[in-house]
Design a protein around this ligand. Structure first.
Ligand code: FUB
Length: 463
């Protein structure tokens, strides 16, 4: 269970598993060299994945389950990004309920599309004046935000949730959403208005499978439509049946149907009674994002996003996928000779992130024994030094640079002294030897009791 923990700048809930995760990992690492990379994020609970490929990176938009939540208590959304599918950079909270002055709750499952040189984030929220679920739209010039309310009011609303947008090859965009129904409306090219009226997609068993035991809901369709086009076929992948949900899909010859039910993508698994699909192609492979309750303290209201790689069958059908803790293979390697954000993480143990005074985010709340794993770091012929941008309002500590496990060989140790503030930054540099070839790097933090220091970025040097 997560516990409230006093924070130096006020009281804050620390996701915290920290100790639990550390213990689980330590045991795992003693018995096997491979470490889990699923779920993707360990320092906050994430839900309802919406991946977007843009300019050679995957941007992963998620909801955020509050620590200790016993309902879908969700107040903001999060963004992470990756160039290699295993090391994910935390970009923080670029949109929240506060973005929409007319909304007061339920920052639930959304979807982001890029168009017109902008990024549009369609989200379900509760409208304060009516208490009804409606669809809002945020907009930003950057995939990492900040996002602002695009129109100052709901885009559309009928009490239903989970918007998703398909921009078809002819430029026509469709907004889909719904639970218990499935709706679409044609968006205008501005992406913030629509033409015509919302139309209900007929939910019949040929199109969406047969549900038993609920006369009000004869088909399997529940929520979370993810609609895309591949090789001329339109796919609608959705959360099926409730509860517990599984992921199913239907296909159609056009964006509005008629739909044919095709079966299961991911069976019910993983300690969460909901699931939520997100599918992309990236760097020549296909990826399926989903959520489960796999982190310590995880469950139906404390979920975490994970990802699996898959290959479509020759006939275009989607194979049945199983949740794993291993995650997906790395795409390429990570270059340690360019500045890397400390919040670019394959697996974090005990740490949190926060906005940095130097821009972006930094890693914080570091205590003795915490660590960050960065996967597949390509040192080549060898690194000679390591630098880290650090800040400490206390007396600092040390950064041990280890290879391949938290207890692997130490190739360098940097000392961090007090800098006079948690956002008073200095660069600490130390010699490195023995770092050649490609390794997982573990930055292991040591020192006395309490919070030691923050880290904003790090970089190795060949000289
Ligand atoms: O996260 C809140 C709701 O749970 C989402 O809108 C649904 O898709 C389900 O995952």
């Amino acid at each position: 269970m997560k516990q409230p923990r006093a924070h130096r700048a006020g009281t804050r809930l620390r996701p915290v598993l920290a100790a639990l995760v550390a213990a689980v990992c330590a045991v795992t690492l003693l018995s096997a060299p491979a470490q889990a990379d699923n779920p993707i994020v360990q320092h906050v609970y994430t839900a309802d994945p919406a991946p977007l490929v843009h300019n050679g990176r995957v941007y992963l938009y998620t909801g955020h389950d509050e620590d200790g939540s016993t309902y879908f208590t969700m107040r903001d959304w999060r963004v992470f990004s990756s160039a290699d599918m295993v090391n994910w950079t935390d970009h923080g909270t670029p949109m929240s309920l506060a973005t929409f002055a007319w909304a007061d709750a339920d920052a639930w499952a959304g979807h982001v599309v890029a168009r017109n040189g902008k990024f549009y984030w369609y989200v379900p929220v509760r409208q304060r004046s009516t208490g009804q679920k409606v669809i809002g739209v945020g907009v930003s010039e950057s995939p990492t935000g900040p996002f602002r309310d695009a129109i100052g009011r709901p885009l559309v609303g009928n009490g239903e949730i989970d918007p998703h947008v398909l921009v078809d090859d002819d430029g026509q965009a469709y907004l889909y959403w719904g639970n218990p129904n499935l709706w679409y409306v044609r968006l205008n090219a501005d992406m913030i208005s629509y033409s015509g009226s919302p139309t209900r997609i007929p939910l019949n068993t040929a199109g969406f499978g047969t549900r038993t035991g609920d006369p009000n809901r004869p088909t399997l369709y529940e929520e979370g439509p993810w609609v895309y086009k591949r090789n001329g076929t339109y796919y609608n992948v959705f959360a099926a049946r409730c509860c517990s949900e599984f992921i199913a899909y239907s296909t159609a010859p056009g964006p509005t149907g008629p739909w044919t039910y095709r079966g299961t993508v991911m069976p019910t698994q993983g300690s969460s009674f909901t699931n939520h699909p997100g599918i992309i192609d990236f760097a020549g492979s296909s990826y399926f994002f989903y959520h489960n309750g796999a982190l310590p303290g995880g469950g139906g209201f404390t979920r975490s996003v994970a990802v699996e790689k898959f290959t479509y069958n020759a006939d275009g059908t989607i194979p049945t996928l199983t949740m794993t803790s291993t995650g997906v293979p790395q795409v390429g390697t990570l270059d340690p000779y360019v500045r890397q954000e400390a919040e670019t993480i394959a697996w974090g143990s005990g740490i949190e992130t926060e906005p940095s005074g130097e821009g972006g985010m930094n890693v914080g709340w570091i205590e003795n024994g915490d660590h960050i794993k960065v996967k597949g770091v390509a040192f080549g012929t060898g690194a000679r030094s390591f630098s880290a941008r650090v800040a400490s309002a206390t007396s600092g500590g040390r950064i041990e640079v280890r290879l391949d496990s938290p207890s692997g060989p130490v190739v360098g140790t940097c000392t961090v002294t007090g800098t006079g503030g948690w956002q008073t930054w200095a660069t600490s540099t130390c010699p490195v030897s023995g770092a050649t070839g490609t390794h997982d790097v573990y930055l292991r933090f040591t020192g006395g009791s309490g919070y030691l220091f923050n880290v904003n970025w790090w970089q190795f040097s060949r000289s």
